[in-house]
Design a binder for this molecule. Structure first.
Ligand SMILES: [Zn+2]
Length: 343
């Protein structure tokens, strides 16, 4: 990295090291300039909410469950599950994928919250050896991440999210659920993820090259997670599932989310770092990403929250300028089989 000091957008905190960024003479970044041209965010959210509610209504009562919820036990997916059950009265199956680094408090939260909401719950742990190999090769092998995903997530998160997304599609097919819900918040994913109609047959064809690459990188066991068998695809006669991320349709501050879920018995984990409320591997992903790319992998998400008035700029700057110290992360590095020389 160059010795040039990193400067940040005067509005949203995106840094000068962010891919494709430019600044005007007042220090306003190109992403903020583009946002000024868009429709007011409240209108856009309301439109997404209407579309999501239409998708929910047309999906109700069709299968064993209405909705498979990707439930990490973290704050955002907990809020999402609560909303789906209490506001929309959907019959949900909450599924937690244990990546081997789920904090003990987060695991407890999963059981407490699903019990409080009266929801069926599945805790699924892929073989630890496979997960370690996936994480290791996500860091060590070059080019696993697309340029677009580098802007939004660390390599460790990105592979894990891919795996979880695929697993959720499989659970949806197995349980004949027309909906899959996630707890993404603004800035983590593109806005159209609020409601996304997936044509699974087309998707399988589009994703074939990526899937083959995963198998090559992560070993034959990747097939179990990144392939969807024809016979399973045929269980959904329409060939479609709809993915919803309800939090993209609401404007909430973190404090409001926490107050709401603490009423369900949810408690914060203390060993997951500043940016995760469930995963003890997250800080390692951040530290590696910063070393490889020169910016914090959560900066896009945080910048969007600042831009739309959901986080104060000073708090955001503090969040993205504090990089976890690799020295404290050696147990995690050891578990996935990487050393400082690997990235
Ligand atoms: Zn900006």
């Amino acid at each position: 990295m160059s010795a040039e000091p990193i400067s940040h957008c005067t509005r949203c905190v995106l840094p000068s090291t962010f891919p494709g960024i430019a600044f005007d003479s007042s220090g306003l970044c190109s992403f903020c300039q583009a946002a000024e041209q868009e429709a007011p965010v409240a209108t856009a959210r309301q439109q997404l909410r209407t579309r999501m509610e239409e998708a929910i209504e047309s999906s109700r009562g069709q299968g064993e469950y209405d909705c498979i919820v990707a439930f990490s036990g973290g704050k955002d997916s907990t809020y999402t599950l609560q909303q789906l059950v209490r506001t929309y009265h959907l019959r949900c199956l909450a599924v937690t994928v244990d990546n081997g680094f789920v904090a003990e408090q987060a695991r407890e939260n999963c059981y407490t919250v699903t019990a409080a909401l009266g929801v069926d719950f599945l805790f699924f742990r892929p073989a630890p050896d496979f997960m370690a190999q996936m994480y290791r090769n996500s860091v060590v092998a070059g080019g696993v991440q697309s340029p677009a995903s580098i802007k939004r997530a660390s390599a460790l998160c990105n592979s894990c999210i891919s795996l979880i997304n695929n697993l959720m599609v499989k659970f949806a097919l197995q349980h004949e659920a027309p909906l899959i819900a996630g707890g993404y918040i603004g800035g983590q994913v593109p806005k159209d993820m609020a409601v996304l109609d997936l044509n699974l047959i087309q998707q399988e064809w589009i994703r074939a090259p990526q899937r083959d690459r995963y198998t090559q990188l992560f070993g034959p066991a990747a097939g179990q997670f990144f392939f969807i068998r024809q016979s399973l695809l045929q269980k959904q006669p329409s060939g479609r599932v709809t993915v919803i991320n309800p939090m993209l349709t609401v404007a909430l501050r973190e404090s409001e989310i926490l107050a709401s879920i603490q009423a369900l018995g949810w408690q914060p984990a203390r060993d997951t770092g500043r940016h995760s409320s469930n995963c003890r591997l997250n800080d390692l992903g951040i530290a590696i990403h910063y070393r490889q790319h020169g910016f914090h992998p959560y900066v896009m998400e945080v910048a969007e929250q600042v831009r739309y008035g959901l986080m104060d700029r000073a708090e955001a700057l503090a969040k993205v300028q504090e990089i976890p110290d690799l020295a404290g992360l050696s147990p995690q590095m050891e578990r996935i089989g990487i050393g400082l020389a690997d990235f």
